[in-house]
Write a protein that binds this ligand. Structure first.
Ligand code: BGC
Length: 260
């Protein structure tokens, strides 16, 4: 089976680090032109762009806060201007927010997680869908998490946002299907990135985490990027509206834990 996304115009949000950087690099390696979105750390975005160009690919960095509708609008206009449109959007930008049980959480901090992870995904998808519906084709890939399904004490905003994003995927997939546009969720498990550095850099926390992962190890960003590349390619033409879990079976860990 050949997976090619040659010449496709892709935008990956939060692509200056972690899973986003890996997906941007992976899509470019498969032939896509990639827009590397970032909100802070432009030098990190430029590093991703430079890596793609060194490998013979095409990329550009664009700054926008995905939770701000005006900035998102300007980013899509810039992509239009550079490439005349968009074929794939990967909604990857996300934060997990401060750890706090619901009754201890600050409403502003809680809402910020919703704004970036859920509203941001919607605002970018809205701009992408306007274009994809008109051109009768395209793919939106929303990065959720195993926590779209598994509760996570201390992270109610994050879990609520990811569950919301998962349902947003399903509804947008229904709406866009008649126009030949696919919308999917990819749910990573525990992947070694900056977002969870405090966990994997501490031996005791890492050991505890690994008991919840049947494959017995954390995932690497490239393992997410390979699946993302497949999902946005035509090889996945009959996949829409669903969540693909790439988690070493972590989603099933409650059963695993009790089944010994
Ligand atoms: C979180 C990580 C966590 C993983 C598994 C992800 O959604 O961002 O911090 O390690 O879920 O719990």
């Amino acid at each position: 089976m050949e997976i090619s996304i040659q010449g496709k115009r892709a935008l990956v949000t939060g692509a200056n680090s972690g899973i986003g950087a890996s997906i941007a690099t992976g899509l470019a390696a498969a032939g896509a032109r990639v827009c590397v979105n970032y909100v802070v750390a432009p030098e990190a975005a430029e590093l991703v762009v430079a890596g793609i160009r060194q490998a013979g690919g095409e990329a550009m960095a664009l700054q926008a806060d995905v939770s701000d509708a005006a900035q998102v609008g300007r980013m899509f206009a810039a992509v239009d201007q550079a490439w005349g449109g968009i074929d794939a959007l990967v909604n990857n930008a996300g934060v997990d927010g401060p750890r706090a049980r619901a009754w201890e959480a600050e409403p502003e901090a809680w809402e910020r997680v919703l704004r970036i992870n859920l509203v941001g995904g919607f605002l970018c998808a809205r701009e992408a869908l306007k274009r994809m519906v008109a051109q009768r084709g395209g793919v939106i890939l929303n990065l959720t998490s195993v926590h779209e399904k598994i509760a996570w004490s201390g992270y109610s905003a994050y879990t609520a946002a990811k569950a919301g994003l998962s349902m947003l995927t399903k509804t947008m997939a229904q709406e866009a299907a008649p126009f030949g546009v696919r919308v999917l969720s990819l749910a990573p498990g525990a992947v070694r990135t900056p977002i969870n550095r405090p966990v994997w850099s501490d031996a005791a926390s890492l050991a505890d985490l690994l008991t919840k992962i049947p494959l017995g190890r954390m995932g690497e960003p490239e393992e997410i990027a390979r699946v993302a590349t497949f999902l946005v390619s035509d090889a996945a033409s009959y996949l829409t509206g669903s969540t693909v879990y790439v988690d070493g079976a972590m989603t099933d860990y409650p059963d695993f834990a009790h089944g010994g």
